[in-house]
Write a protein that binds this ligand. Sequence first.
Ligand code: HEC
Length: 223
Amino acid sequence: MRKATIWAGFGIILGAAAALGHGDTAPQSVDTTGLPDLPTEMATENPWREADPAVLFKAVEVGAKGFNSNCARCHGLGAISGGLAPDLRYLEANEFGDEWFLDRILHGYEQNGAVKMPPFEGILNQQAIWAIRTYVETRADEVEIADQKDKLTAMRDKLAAAAEDPATATALAPELAAAGEGFETLSGAPRAVTPFDEAAWQLSSEPPHIKAAIETLSAAVRN
Ligand code: HEC
């Protein structure tokens, strides 16, 4: 009897921790260090849609953090909507989609006096806004990624085996980059950024982020 009560209490604590894990409810600013500066005037179209890989991947990295702390609790972890709010991966990657995205992210959405989505104007700077946009529009179909689970696992294991040997680990970058080719975005954006691409980029940075690359692949295997 007593045991059951303790376990029930434990379950409540775990539940609360899991809810917090989806991001605190108060909108949070995002650290945009490492992203190029943008003109003060708000762009009308994503300035990084066709950026070089170094900027594109950095935008995805910053955007993933910004999305997970501010948007995921409604729009879904990994931008895969659970039905609470629209699936942002399908928002068209063009000027019309960007205009709609900007309007919602800056002003939020109210219905009959109830805030359905909070406004982020003044909380997220322009770089954070476009980084989040870049993150959502570069997502590939999660079913296609799930189909690659064997390959993701094999690459993760190879990399983990070479974790203490930077030369061997970084030599895996081209193979990872090749594995990331051929995926399409759901938004029509020119380039999908998959876990293969992210891991390849992490290995190619200076110094190489080997542990981060292993974690990127492990997270993709878990999903
Ligand atoms: C409290 C829940 C909540 C949070 C947090 C939230 N949204 Fe929303 N969002 C909604 C809802 C609900 C809608 C649908 C409103 C409507 O009917 O247009 C929406 C709509 C949108 C749309 C329009 C999508 C479409 O297809 O019409 C965009 C873009 C968007 N949100 C972006 C974001 C971004 C980016 C963040 C994080 C910075 C965010 N939202 C945070 C609930 C939320």
